[in-house]
Design a protein around this ligand. Structure first.
Ligand SMILES: C[S@@+](CC[C@H](N)C(=O)[O-])C[C@H]1O[C@@H](n2cnc3c(N)ncnc32)[C@H](O)[C@@H]1O
Length: 262
């Protein structure tokens, strides 16, 4: 290998290692430190990357967010948006339970209003996330309401919404709160309302499964349970009162669940 190639290889390795270290520090690493410090409150499971405004603005770029989801992000959002567009939401409300990076919120808001929704409510446990979401939704002021609330213990009135979008929240919640978040999502829906869940899923090919397993073990250990013990479809079926459909993407690595409340 000549000097140019070995420098290039070193450069690529350095950038990947530095990026991995950065994400570890602002996600799982911070939670480990927080755990050691013994601080426990309702948002102690939330990574600094979602609470510190500087970090939120640093990371929230569509190509970065798409890359984290192996460039499947637009397909997952499109599935949810198509569901919203196919629903008559005239004079109805749509709830977005927890913010997410990228353009999912603007696309969900746009689709909901196109389908006639009178209001979109965006709920998150972190105020900075709501402020950041608002900065992406300047066109829709008056139609969007921002609520500081906990997905696992919602303070809103029951049955307020006809659609509820939860995008990549479950895998970040402690296991005992995963089913709670689903039951709260259902409590917020009217009968006949739909819950749209975007999430990770157990991939089929063994190589992808090993890579995905390693990613979860290092960065997001709470996510692996979605593969088996806390599979959202099983949780919803155990809960009862739902019709559930699942679509998987990219060799089964991701899923969008559409659950209709009876
Ligand atoms: C839904 S996940 C999104 C993760 C995903 N990687 C993305 O695309 O951004 C992160 C969001 O969930 C919020 N969150 C975490 N726990 C919550 C809870 N119990 N209730 C409401 N929002 C919560 C965080 O504040 C953050 O805005």
């Amino acid at each position: 290998m000549n000097t140019w190639m070995s420098n290039a290889a070193f450069g690529i390795f350095f950038v990947l290692a530095a990026t991995g270290l950065f994400f570890f520090v602002v996600t799982r690493g911070a939670l480990i430190v927080r755990g050691l410090a013994g601080a426990g409150h309702e948002s102690s499971h939330v990574y600094p990357i979602y609470s510190n405004m500087g970090l939120i603005k640093l990371v929230d770029y569509q190509p970065v967010i798409s890359a984290i989801l192996l460039f499947q992000y637009p397909r997952l959002v499109t599935k949810i948006v198509e569901g919203l567009k196919a629903t008559d939401l005239r004079n109805k409300k749509v709830l977005v339970t927890s913010c997410a990076f990228g353009n999912v919120i603007p696309r969900v808001v746009e689709a909901s209003l196109q389908s006639g929704a009178e209001k979109v409510l965006i709920a998150d446990i972190i105020r900075n996330e709501l402020i950041h979401a608002k900065s992406k939704l300047a066109h829709y002021s008056g139609k969007v309401q921002y609520i500081e609330d906990n997905a696992t213990a919602m303070k809103q009135e029951e049955g307020l919404a006809d659609a509820n979008v939860m995008f990549f929240l479950l895998h970040e919640l402690p296991h005992h709160l995963k089913a709670k978040a689903l039951s709260e999502a259902g409590r917020m829906l009217k009968s006949g309302g739909k819950l749209y869940l975007g999430e990770f899923h157990k991939p089929e090919p063994w190589l992808l499964r090993i890579l995905s397993w390693t990613y979860f073990k290092v960065f997001e250990p709470l996510g692996l349970a979605l593969w088996d013990s806390h599979d959202p479809v099983l949780l919803l079926q155990e809960m009862g009162g739902w019709s559930v459909e699942r679509s998987t993407y990219f060799f089964g690595n991701f899923q969008v669940i559409t659950a209709t409340k009876h």
